[in-house]
Every structure is written in structure tokens, then in C-alpha cells.
Design a protein around this ligand. Structure first.
Ligand SMILES: *Cc1c(COP(=O)(O)O)cnc(C)c1O
Length: 425
């Protein structure tokens, strides 16, 4: 029953795999092999013609297995299953989120081209744009989360690079503040600068909210990228990435992947297939837990403010409008200010017991970290201040533990914050 009309969670155990291929094994085995035997020389020739783009695939012609840098059953089945969540035509899986992102950027940006991107971005992506792509003559233009369509158009025009704009690249919700960017607005900006011979592609890094709670392709994105290390993998035991989009987009991405050689291996593919079976169950529970935790934090006298998307309401204006249109859940990422500063935040982090002090997110175990000195340490001080990434800010990725135990842990860790003498600046 491989019907794409069923809910994705119903298809994660079976879609794209036939037990007859593997002695009736209900699960897809790990195809730990580097190369595949052709039935005939003619068949090998046909596979290569398609793989190297010498001709298009004929109707009903199945792309054959050649060599595990080009294709492997664990990867292909994983890619097919991943398309279901985002409603994408095709998908390419990578050995890390960064290899997925850098491959997209290298494929679509050539010397002299320009990219407009939202700030703050994931640190690795920001570094790749600022310190690697600029060496190849790519112009980078930044806008700040919160700036609207007119402001974005203005920034591009004033940069002097409007004629060479090739990509708009965003992350929403922004990490760690949960500020939202309107994907449809970014589509309009991309269209504004597109011409017949120079389409401007819109890429969304959907790691923070996907693939369950936000579907950027439905709001006008051309390309969606993931760190599959986060919710998709979900168990803090694998590094991987994914790119989704139209068949045309993914064909270009897979071709470059073949020559960079940064595809994921069969073992990673198998681990992610296993993870996908529980993706919906895990994320639903994480979101429910996050609501309980956020409500507790909001009521605590030692917490000054909580950034949690599930708290948005009409009075939040545009942010609420974007949330209603774009997101299907409040998610499971929170950040909050403790009363005090770095000292108080560290006292809290150092005393957590059940919740682990670590970067990364989206996993079964809850993780807490300190953005100002860890994930976002690279941001310049003025920008940190503007984004409210201060010493008192803590980021929390909520896992699948019992929410009462998470709250107990948070409560006892907050006890360790000294009732401060008259508050220091
Ligand atoms: C973790 C992360 C990445 C990088 O992914 P890796 O799998 O660590 O290479 C990119 N974008 C976002 C938003 C992330 O959280």
C-alpha cells in the first residue's frame, strides 16, 4: 500500500521497499556494498547514460544501481520517504547538514553571483558564506530577521548587486530567538529580482521546525535543506543532511554530489530509515512537552522572559500572522532569560541533572546550552545585543522525557541561582 495519499507516518515503515528484494526481510537491510553487479554490459551502459546525463530517463525506466557514491538502496529508499513529509518531488541525502548546504550553495552560485541571506544563520552556514564563498567571488548581502519585503528589496538595490542576485537563503524560526520570517515574502523578493534567463532561487533551512511543523515548499521555496542530525535523526547518534525540491533541482544537486562525493553511506541511510518510523511520534511528544515546560518557565519568578512560538497571539501582530500561516505547531525549541546574567545562567546550566548541557537539538533527550558563549559566540557584540542574545539567555531543546521530570529538573536547577543581592547590571 504505497499510496502517497496516506499520511507520511503510515508509510515510513514500508514506502519504497519490497521485502521480495531481500529474502522477505521486513526491514530494508544495510546494503554495505561499494559496487553493484550489472546483468549485462548493455544494462551497465544504459545506467551510465542516465547517471551521467547523456540522455533523459525513458518513461518507466528505473535508474539502476551502479556504485554507492552515485546510488545505494538505503539512500534511495530514505530519500523517497523524506519527500513525503515536505511534499517534494525528490530528495538528496548527504553526510552532514553542512555538506547539504554547501553543495546547494556551490551548485547555484558562481563567481560574480550574489546571495541575500537572513541573519542570524546557523554558524557553519554563515562561516561558509563569509569566508569560503567570498573567496570564489560571490557577493553576500544580509538582511535582519524582522525586515519586511520592502526593506529586503531596498537592501539588495543599495548593495549594487541586484543584477547578479541568484539566491535568497533563510532560516526560520531564527535560532535561538524564534523570530519568524515570512517565506511567501521572500518568494516575492526572489521573483522581483528574477528574469527569464536568471531565476532567483529561494532556499529555506528548515532544520529548526521540520519536517513536521513547517513545509516551506508549500509557501514558495524552491529548495529545502536539513541538518538530518537534528529531528530527522533524532537520537544524537548520527550526522547527516538532506536537500529537497523539484526533480529538476535535485538532479543538479545529485550531479554535484556525485563529484564532490559527499553522499551519506548505507549505515547512515539505514539509521535514518529507522529514525523516520518514529519521527511523528517523537516530534508530537516533544511539542507537547515543550508547551508544559514553557508554561512552567513563564510562571517562574527567576525567569524574566520566554521565547516560545506557542505563546504568540493576536497582540503579536505580524509574527502571529506568519506563525498562523506557516507553522503547524509551537515546536519544541525554547529560549529564555533568567533573572541576572551569565553567572546566573551558568548556575542553572551547571545544576541540571536530567537535561544535558550540550549543543545540537531535536533529539530524544532534552539539551540546554548558552548561545552567547557557545553556538552564537561568533556573532559580533552589537548584533548579539540587538538580537537579545545576552548572558542571561538559555536555549532549550525539549525531548521525549516525562514533562513532569523535566519541570522538576528545571525547578531544582533554578534553586541554585542565588537570590542575588541588588541586581547587578
Ligand atoms: C546543525 C545545523 C546545521 C548543520 O548541520 P550538521 O548536520 O551539523 O552539519 C545547519 N543548520 C541548522 C539550522 C542546524 O541546526
Amino acid at each position: 500500500m504505497n499510496d502517497r495519499n496516506l499520511h507520511p507516518e503510515s508509510l515510513m515503515m514500508s514506502y519504497g521497499y519490497n521485502p521480495e528484494w531481500s529474502e522477505g526481510a521486513i526491514k530494508c537491510p544495510i546494503f554495505q556494498t561499494s559496487t553493484f553487479v550489472f546483468k549485462t554490459a548493455e544494462e551497465g551502459k544504459a545506467f551510465f547514460e542516465v547517471a551521467y546525463g547523456l540522455r533523459d530517463q525513458r518513461p518507466n525506466e528505473k535508474m539502476g544501481l551502479i556504485y554507492s557514491r552515485i546510488n545505494n538502496p538505503d539512500l534511495e529508499i530514505l530519500e523517497n520517504r523524506l519527500t513525503l513529509w515536505d511534499g517534494a518531488e525528490d530528495c538528496a541525502v548527504f553526510e552532514s547538514g553542512m555538506s547539504a548546504i554547501s553543495t546547494v550553495l556551490l551548485e547555484y552560485l558562481k563567481p560574480g553571483d550574489s546571495i541575500l541571506y537572513s541573519s542570524p544563520l546557523y554558524g557553519g552556514t554563515e562561516h561558509f558564506l563569509q569566508h569560503v564563498l567570498t573567496q570564489f567571488g560571490v557577493n553576500i548581502i544580509r538582511f535582519k530577521t524582522g525586515q519586511d519585503r520592502a526593506a529586503m528589496i531596498d537592501i539588495v538595490r543599495q548593495s549594487g548587486h541586484a543584477a547578479t542576485l541568484k539566491m535568497v537563503y533563510i532560516e526560520t524560526p531564527a535560532n535561538p530567538t524564534n523570530d519568524l520570517i515570512d517565506i511567501a515574502d521572500c518568494r516575492a523578493v526572489a521573483d522581483f529580482f528574477s528574469t527569464d534567463d536568471k531565476p532567483v532561487h529561494l532556499t529555506v533551512d528548515n532544520t529548526y521546525f521540520g519536517p513536521l511543523w513547517q513545509h516551506p515548499l508549500k509557501h514558495g521555496a524552491d529548495i529545502v535543506v536539513y541538518s538530518a542530525t537534528k529531528y530527522i535523526g533524532g537520537h544524537s547518534d548520527v550526522i547527516a543532511g538532506a536537500v529537497l525540491g523539484s526533480a529538476k533541482v535535485i538532479k543538479r544537486i545529485k550531479t554535484l554530489r556525485t563529484f564532490l562525493g559527499n553522499m551519506a553511506g548505507p549505515w547512515t541511510g539505514w539509521l535514518l530509515l529507522r529514525s523516520l518510523e518514529t519521527l511523528k511520534a517523537r516530534m508530537a511528544l516533544q511539542a507537547e512537552n515543550a508547551r508544559h515546560v514553557a508554561e512552567y518557565l513563564r510562571s517562574h519568578p527567576k525567569i524574566e522572559r520566554v521565547n516560545y512560538l506557542g505563546f504568540l497571539s493576536e497582540k503579536d501582530g505580524v509574527q502571529y500572522e506568519i506563525f498562523r500561516r506557516q507553522c503547524t505547531s509551537g515546536g519544541a525549541m525554547l529560549s529564555f532569560d533568567v533573572v541576572g546574567g551569565e553567572k546566573e545562567a551558568f548556575a542553572f546550566l551547571n545544576n541540571l541533572k536530567l537535561i544535558k548541557l550540550a549543543v545540537s537539538l531535536g533529539s530524544t533527550e532534552s539539551l540546554a546550552e548558552h548561545p552567547a558563549t557557545m553556538t552564537h559566540v561568533d556573532l559580533d557584540p552589537a548584533e548579539k545585543k540587538e538580537l537579545n542574545i545576552t548572558g542571561k539567555l538559555v536555549r532549550l531543546s525539549v525531548g521525549v522525557e516525562h514533562y513532569e521530570d523535566l519541570i522538576k529538573d528545571i525547578a531544582q536547577a533554578l534553586e541554585h541561582i542565588q537570590a542575588a543581592a541588588p541586581v547587578m547590571a
